[in-house]
Design a protein around this ligand. Structure first.
Ligand code: PMP
Length: 430
């Protein structure tokens, strides 16, 4: 994060006037740019074009002889589980391959926990007087929306540069037996790019919880999505949970949505043997088997863990210039002004931009006036409510570089406009 202070009042007024002028010019350009969602660009999808011709006519037999065209194989192809075992830090025998969406697997896991007693649970969650989840903020809006849909209470927990504030987490799970889960995006977190420290992971694995059926929803969506030269490695939560006598504590999720094709990838669930048996037992009532042709296609395409890593380097070559451009423009336009601070992530899909308190909504509104669509302010918080109205999520991957640069330059104008107005109000005591 970068910040410093803007000088005296005259300078503030001059800055505001300049921003007013720049914003009017921006609106007059009639732009139409979209920074709302973390989607791969068409060029990134092109990297996986070969998938569309795989596995190819006549190739439908998995390594163990399974005919992938047929029913069955609820746990997913062993060779695909092998490829993702290392990156997701789950033994292949404890990984399950699902459909095309990890969010769907998370949704389904919550619904199953509501309706079918989890290992270690006294009762189904639906029979509890109240179910609450801890939500590190800023976080991923779809995690929150999923819980809201089922009346699960959302309790915000502040993020730190090492992950959620563990003093707060430990207190809440110790004191409240109705706290049944926590949402975690442990690597290159959405939206602030934070990677959980080893100590945070250890504390999550070891902490005493009042609920016997407390679960960590470990959404490792960006496990292999490195932007920096040296990949970040996080501690192995599944192993740490087992070592600390809490073998069933964690549900690991992941997918290839931002590896191969966002709409036609494969998703993963990993956990203890007991949880895996629970999940597969439930799945057996839902389906006679997953799409193993898509799984085989992914095996043929990625080949092995090294093939996966090489493919991710090709993604990095496409998206790193975009992240670099956002940081460069924010530095140039807002660096040293004290009007904003931002994350400079080593991986993942987002940059988190913090503006002065009470400004985020207005910045997003001013950007919309200029034809720049941003994720709604507040989306990074439970119930869409950022109490400090401060955090804006920037998603640089989808637009092309030129559009992205225009959008970020425009966004910087909106930040200058709104933040200088707010600082002038504050200076005059209103
Ligand atoms: N988890 C996180 C943290 C994400 O950012 C996203 C996509 N934005 C997802 C899950 C969605 O994953 P999937 O496409 O596998 O449903």
């Amino acid at each position: 994060m970068t910040s410093s202070n803007l000088g005296d009042r005259d300078r503030l007024v001059a800055e505001h006037d300049r921003a007013l002028h720049d914003h009017a010019a921006l609106v007059a350009r009639g732009l139409s740019l979209d920074l709302t969602r973390g989607k791969p660009s068409a060029r990134q999808l092109d990297l996986s074009e070969a998938l569309l011709a795989l596995p190819g006519e006549g190739d439908h037999t998995a390594a163990d002889g399974t005919d992938c065209r047929n029913y069955g194989g609820l746990q997913g192809l062993p060779e695909l589980r092998e490829i993702f075992s290392g990156p997701l830090q789950v033994p292949a025998a404890q990984l399950v391959v699902g459909g095309n969406s990890s969010l769907a697997m998370m949704h389904d896991t919550v619904v199953q926990a509501l309706l079918s007693r989890l290992p270690g649970a006294e009762r189904r969650w639906v029979d509890e007087p109240r179910v609450a989840f801890l939500c590190p903020v800023p976080g991923y809006d779809r995690h929150f929306a999923l819980c809201e849909r089922f009346g699960i209470e959302l309790i915000p927990v502040p993020m730190t540069p090492e992950g959620p504030d563990m003093d707060v987490v430990e207190r809440l799970v110790r004191e409240d037996a109705q706290v049944k889960g926590i949402w975690c995006v442990p690597k290159y977190s959405n939206p602030d790019g934070v990677c959980y420290s080893d100590e945070t992971v250890r504390r999550l694995a070891a902490m005493p919880t009042a609920a016997p059926d407390f679960r960590v929803f470990w959404d490792n969506a960006y496990a292999v999505h490195h932007l920096a030269d040296s990949p970040v490695e996080i501690a192995d939560i599944l192993e740490l949970c087992a070592e600390n006598g809490n073998p069933d504590r964690v549900f690991v999720f992941g997918s290839t949505s931002k590896i191969t094709l966002a709409g036609a990838g494969v998703a993963f669930f990993g956990s203890s043997p007991a949880n895996v048996a629970w999940l597969i037992g439930n799945a057996a009532k839902q389906t006679i088997g997953p799409d193993k042709i898509n799984q085989l296609r992914h095996v043929r395409f990625l080949k092995d863990a090294e093939g996966l890593a090489a493919h991710m380097r090709r993604h990095r070559d496409l998206i790193r210039p975009k992240f670099d451009a956002v940081i460069r423009i924010l530095d140039k336009e807002l660096g040293g002004t004290g009007l904003a601070s931002w994350s400079d992530p080593a991986g993942g899909y987002f940059i988190s931009l913090d503006v002065p308190e009470g400004c985020a909504r207005e910045v997003v509104r001013k950007a919309a006036e200029a034809g720049i669509a941003l994720t709604p302010a507040g989306a990074t918080h439970p119930y869409g409510d950022d109490p400090l109205d401060r955090t804006i999520r920037v998603a640089p991957t989808y637009p092309d570089l030129e559009e992205l640069e225009l959008a970020i330059e425009g966004l910087a104008v909106c930040v200058r406009l709104v933040a200088t107005a707010r600082l002038m109000e504050r200076a005059s005591g209103s």
